[in-house]
Design a protein around this ligand. Sequence first.
Ligand SMILES: [Zn+2]
Length: 218
Amino acid sequence: MKETAPVDPADPAADRAADPAARPARSGPPLAPGAERYLALDLANSDLAFPGGRDVDLLGTPESAREWLITRELAPAETVLYDVCAGRLRALRDAVRALLSARVEDVVAPADAVRAVNDALTGAPSAALLHWDDVRGPYRAQAHPIDQIVNHAIAVLAADAADLLTAPDAARLTPCGATPCRRFLVRTHASRQWCSTRCGDRVRAARAYARRTQGKAD
Ligand SMILES: [Zn+2]
């Protein structure tokens, strides 16, 4: 099908306009409804698909994953991420997406996705650990700062996913109806089917185009 709507890439400038705070701008398009309240929904929506076969994974590299965490205030600005950290975030995202899909389809979720969220929930120590050596004696410290940051972020995201799935909002979860978009949203009203004005406009433009070409064929 011919794409009639303009292809608009992830536009960080739009976010900067909406969020004048000094914090670095969030990458990616405006949040889908619900993602402003649920970080887990924001996480699930971080693998973007645009018309024309263009994909943008906001967690695709350690640098982009770092930016994603910092702009969601899930990591301090000085954080350095490794590839394995970005990979863990992507793995959690896969699990959360599987859970959201199962909730939308009203089927029992895959056990490994439930397990992945529970592992993330329980994987972060809630307190600094006790250490003891002959120079300093007993003291408390984080075991490994980088691991701690990522473990903490993953635990927060997993807890949020569990909250979302068990909240009344879960009944209004839906995937965006605009191909090829794969974002989820929490419907703000019963008939809402699109994650964004852009996706809605694209579907309307495609329908109008189909009507025009249908008219010519008759
Ligand atoms: Zn969409």
